[in-house]
Ligand binder design. Structure first.
Ligand code: NDP
Length: 294
């Protein structure tokens, strides 16, 4: 391996410490802790794990964690009523409704019911629009975490060629907007793109957010490029168990790249750290304070 391994765990820990300091300062100024409400509908095992770890991280940062666990029989109307109640609750700065929701609930309707100022996931259409026009927005946590790693690794990104593979509203599109905001030349690739390897070979920065195990091969990578692997895929391993891999064939790509994130331990830990950051930022904005320096 010749590439530097980008340590997302260490970067996330450092950011979480900064957020905790920011929370302490906020408490001192405002006289209360920032509050994050997390809503879980049903008992999907992966979602339950995410919600538990988000709650734990929130409390560790010194913020109030308000958890609402609802049965999977909850009606859309009842969920919308809860969101409305949280929108109007002065102790709640951030609202996160864990996805996916059960099939009988329209996720888009629920996301659009969240007050944009409390939308710490950054999925509300108003926040997506604000990001697109370069206005102050709540930005989705995963791409924000990727950008943090890239800027820490590379400094100024101006003029760099970036390829984002994936165009979801949660990762690919906001990632592309953030990179454009940093004056990169951005290509967004997707399942209909022609000759993906050739597109990727041009890139100084590759962000893979596809959901296909080890799809991006080593010989697609330009020597010295920085590779950010968002993918989380579980595959069978030789010992009959399973293991997590990214969207990039790590060992191959690490021979060519300048720097690369591992899976696990790369982008994943940054997502929760950015959720805490967004909650602290939302709390500051609601109180009319300047954004904290993080
Ligand atoms: P989506 O399924 O919503 O989007 C996947 C994107 O990849 C789509 O735009 C799709 O194109 C594109 N794609 C699919 N197949 C190909 C292909 N063969 N060639 C090129 N592009 C392709 O996924 P998400 O954006 O939600 O997530 C992507 C990955 O990131 C997943 O593995 C997910 O688990 C992971 N993830 C990790 C997070 C973290 O915290 N680390 C957080 C969020 C997601 P098209 O639009 O044409 O269908």
């Amino acid at each position: 391996m010749s590439a530097r391994r980008i340590d997302g765990k260490a970067a996330a820990l450092a950011l979480r410490h900064k957020v905790a300091d920011g929370v302490a300062a906020f408490r001192e100024t405002v006289g209360r802790a920032p509050g994050l409400a997390v809503v879980l509908v049903g008992e999907d095992p992966a979602s339950s794990v995410y919600v538990r770890s988000k709650g734990k991280a929130t409390v560790e940062a010194g913020m109030d964690s308000i958890e609402h666990k609802l049965p999977d029989t909850t009606s859309e109307a009842d969920l919308l009523a809860l969101v409305d109640q949280l929108n109007n609750d002065a102790a709640v700065d951030g609202i996160l409704v864990q996805l996916p929701l059960p099939g009988h609930i329209d996720s888009a309707k629920v996301i659009d019911a969240i007050a944009p100022a409390k939308d710490v996931d950054g999925f509300h259409i108003e926040n997506a629009g604000r990001l697109a026009v370069g206005a102050e927005a709540m930005v989705p946590c995963t791409p924000l975490g990727c950008l943090h790693l890239l800027k820490t690794e590379l400094g100024d990104l101006t003029g760099m060629d970036a390829v984002v593979i994936g165009r979801s509203n949660i990762v690919g599109k906001p990632m592309a907007m953030l990179l454009l905001g940093e004056s990169c030349t951005v290509t967004i690739a997707h399942s209909r793109s022609k000759d993906l390897p050739a597109l990727v070979r041009r890139a100084d920065i590759v962000v893979a957010a596809v959901g296909r195990a080890e799809m991006v091969r080593g010989d697609w990578i330009k020597p010295g490029a920085t590779v950010i692997d968002v993918g989380i895929n579980r595959i069978a391993s030789d010992d009959g168990k399973s293991r997590l891999v990214g969207d990039v064939a790590f060992d191959e790509a690490a021979e060519v790249a300048g720097a690369i994130t591992p899976v696990p331990g790369g982008v994943g830990p940054m997502t929760i750290a950015m959720l805490l950051r967004n909650t602290l930022v939302a709390a500051h904005r609601r109180e009319g304070l300047q954004d904290p320096q993080l």
